[in-house]
Design a protein around this ligand. Structure first.
Ligand SMILES: [Zn+2]
Length: 457
């Protein structure tokens, strides 16, 4: 079955055909690791994890190379290290580990390669030297700059006009700029900056600009032209536009053949409950919801569309999973048939990763299981599990899933009872502590005439 993907570069859905079906390459821009990741940061890894799984199914796991980088040198990292006194390498290693744990909990398969910016400084210097030699870049007062007017088709990805480009480059004000749209390739070290954040180069000590990192890492681990380059909508300009400028002017060939961009997660304060309104880190959300519930919530809208992140969405996603797992529990003594993923789920995903439709198809299978006789169960169960594997869902034992809920309810019942006992004993400090602890998990205690009950907010 043909995979069709919306290509930002051509602004249309196109049949995907890799340069080499034996080595399909994909690069997704990864996080800058200086703090815990926001739930919005989880959308690209989850959306493109579905694509990774689909490509592996179509071309064979050994024929797909997926790289997602770690940005471990950056102004924000230097600032965080200065503020906390923690050495840069320690700080970035810590938050990289946390990031991998967080997205791992969301069922994201580890990419084949995780290049780190600091391991590719030499490759960046080589590309910059090439750009200088070809007249696309020049050394300015504070480092090396890419000269935007030197590239005839600069702006082709974003379709931005000249004024917008200049506005986009305004953050990189440099007295030595030849053109206001020029952007930094190499930033000369400032005296106060730590030595772990500076490297020798033909232009003196300094560090790379952000955009050059991805050009160098994509080239080093995947090649000069890659099949798919993806990331969030906010990266189209200037980040991806500048990656294209650097790579294409240095190598004289397209950087990537298909550019994919996911829409934003919107966290509208009015639609958020108080309890969830303050919880935006994956790390904290995982205390309230299972990773699989959040993954399903993230896949509930098409990846290019905006998604409203609300408590209702999470409650609904949890209910959907409960229903799917219940169907699997009913069929638990049945050996699944080796069916492969059902056609409906496959064609939905092949059509530019239509996850909402794929999820509807999966839910329909659960309905079918509930309606049909035992003789149909091996087939239905096989299809549900294969669809789950493709979507990164139904990865738990159905009994564990059900027990997880029950065990959690028992734990909360016990805490509520302990609070009642504390109140009776007039230990109000303890009663209050328990109430606050549950509130932090999003659980509200309701006191009534006949005792206390609780509910999840
Ligand atoms: Zn990038």
């Amino acid at each position: 079955m043909d995979i069709r993907l919306h290509n930002t570069l051509t602004r249309e859905k196109q049949a995907f055909s890799p340069q080499n079906p034996l080595r399909v390459t994909m690069y997704v821009c990864g996080p800058t690791v200086y703090s815990y990741a926001h739930i919005g940061n989880a959308r690209p890894p989850v959306a493109f994890d579905v694509l990774f799984r689909l490509l592996r199914l179509k071309y064979g796991a050994e024929h797909v190379v997926y790289a997602a980088n770690i940005t471990d040198v950056d102004d924000k990292i230097i600032a965080a290290s200065a503020a906390t006194g923690q050495p840069i390498a320690e700080l970035t290693a810590h938050f990289e580990r946390k990031y991998r744990e967080d997205i791992g909990a969301l069922g994201v398969i580890e990419p084949n390669v995780r290049p780190h910016a600091t391991e590719h400084i030499q490759g960046m210097i080589e590309i910059i030297s090439e750009l200088v030699a070809k007249g696309h870049a020049y050394a300015g007062q504070h480092g090396v700059l890419f000269h935007v007017p030197s590239m005839a088709d600069y702006g082709k990805l974003s379709g931005r006009n000249r004024d917008e480009m200049v506005a986009g480059a305004r953050v990189e004000v440099d007295a030595g700029k030849r053109d206001p749209a020029d952007f930094a390739l190499w930033k000369a070290a400032k005296p106060a900056e730590p030595k772990e954040a500076r490297w020798d180069s033909p232009w003196g000590e300094g560090r790379p600009g952000w955009h050059i990192e991805c050009s160098a890492m994509a080239k080093a681990v995947l090649g000069e032209t890659i099949d798919i380059h993806a990331g969030g909508l906010d990266l189209i300009f200037p980040h991806h536009e500048n990656e294209i400028a650097q790579s294409e002017c240095a190598h004289g060939k397209p950087m990537a053949r298909y550019w994919l961009h996911n829409g934003f997660l919107s966290m509208d304060a009015e639609k958020m409950s108080k309890s969830l309104g303050n919880v935006k880190l994956i790390h904290d959300l995982l205390k309230l919801y299972s990773g699989e519930t959040m993954r399903l919530a993230l896949m509930s809208a098409h990846y290019r569309q905006p998604l409203d992140w609300t408590e209702a969405l999470l409650t609904q996603s949890k209910a959907t999973l409960d229903r799917l797992y219940n169907a699997l529990r009913r069929m638990k003594d049945v050996e699944p048939a080796d069916t492969g993923a059902p056609q409906g789920v496959l064609s939905a995903l092949c059509d530019d990763l239509n996850t909402p439709l794929a999820l509807a198809e999966l839910s329909a299978l659960a309905s079918e299981a509930n309606k049909s006789g035992v003789q149909d169960w091996p087939q239905i169960k096989g299809q549900m599990l294969a669809a789950g594997a493709l979507l990164g869902l139904l990865q738990h034992d159905p009994d564990d899933w059900a027990r997880g809920d029950a065990a959690d309810a028992r734990r909360i019942d016990a805490a509520v009872a302990a609070r009642m006992a504390a109140r009776k004993a007039k230990d109000f400090a303890e009663a209050d502590r328990i109430r606050k602890e549950l509130a932090a998990e999003g659980i509200e205690i309701m006191d009534g005439a006949h005792g206390s009950t609780w509910r999840r907010l």
